[in-house]
Design a protein around this ligand. Structure first.
Ligand code: 6GU
Length: 228
């Protein structure tokens, strides 16, 4: 079955964007997954195609109306989870990517302006997700990030199935460093163990490097990994 992504946005030209290239683009062409993009503005009902209004209680910016967003979601809704991309959301993780990849697809609502009326987020049971602690001008780039990380996990998208399970985060550790030819470059030599042909020693070195780098760079990840 084709894994289906539906995106709801006020900027449909931002899709497929980078997802039309490389691994995801090839998989889109070959039907591993499908992408449909809906312009939220198509669900406005007035002459000016208004989708937003001023916030109750006052303040800066505009808020997307719940009735317009609900009609847009309704046009694609099925059994798939509905994700609302917002800097107020919980941080998206590799475990989320795997869970979405294991399901039938996803519906992604991209916010703009100051936000989306909270009632439609609640009534649709949306999952609010963020990609990090910084503010983007809209959820579109975040949706592209989520889709990239999910699509590469779909069966048949990545060349070597092994490289997905060995990489950073699926083990809870950061990845070890990589080297290729030349064995010496600008006076820097590749670690001797990698040239030794001793597979057990190579594996042990890589594990130790993963642990060292995780401890140094991401003590938060290390605290979790060290207890497992
Ligand atoms: Cl999902 N949306 C916006 N607008 N900004 C973000 C984000 C999402 N995640 C991090 N920053």
């Amino acid at each position: 079955m084709t894994w289906r992504a539906s995106v709801l946005t006020l900027f449909p030209a931002m899709f497929p964007g980078s997802l039309g290239q490389s691994l995801a683009g090839r998989a889109l062409e070959t039907g591993v997954w499908s992408l449909d993009v809906t312009n939220i503005r198509d669900f406005a009902r007035d002459r000016h195609r208004t989708v937003d209004d001023t916030p109750f209680g006052g303040g800066a910016g505009m808020v997307l109306r719940p009735d317009i967003v609900d009609a847009a979601v309704d046009s694609v809704a099925d059994e798939r989870p509905v994700v609302c991309l917002t800097p107020r959301g919980r941080h998206f993780t590799q475990a989320d990517a795997q869970r979405f990849a294991d399901g039938p697809g996803v519906i992604m609502l991209c916010g703009r302006y100051e936000g989306i009326d909270q009632r439609v987020i609640e009534s649709r049971g949306m999952l609010e997700l963020s990609i990090g602690d910084y503010v983007l001008s809209g959820g579109e780039l975040a949706a592209l990030v989520l889709l990239d990380s999910i699509v590469r996990l779909l069966p048949g998208v990545m060349g070597a199935p092994d490289s997905a399970t060995e990489e950073s985060f699926s083990s809870g550790l950061l990845e070890y460093p990589h080297y290729t030819r030349p064995a010496e470059w600008q006076g820097r030599r590749v670690p001797d163990v990698l040239l030794s042909g001793h597979h057990g020693a190579v594996a042990a070195w890589r594990q130790a490097e993963s642990e060292r780098i995780t401890r140094e760079r991401r003590p938060d990840l290390w605290a979790v990994a060290a207890n497992q």
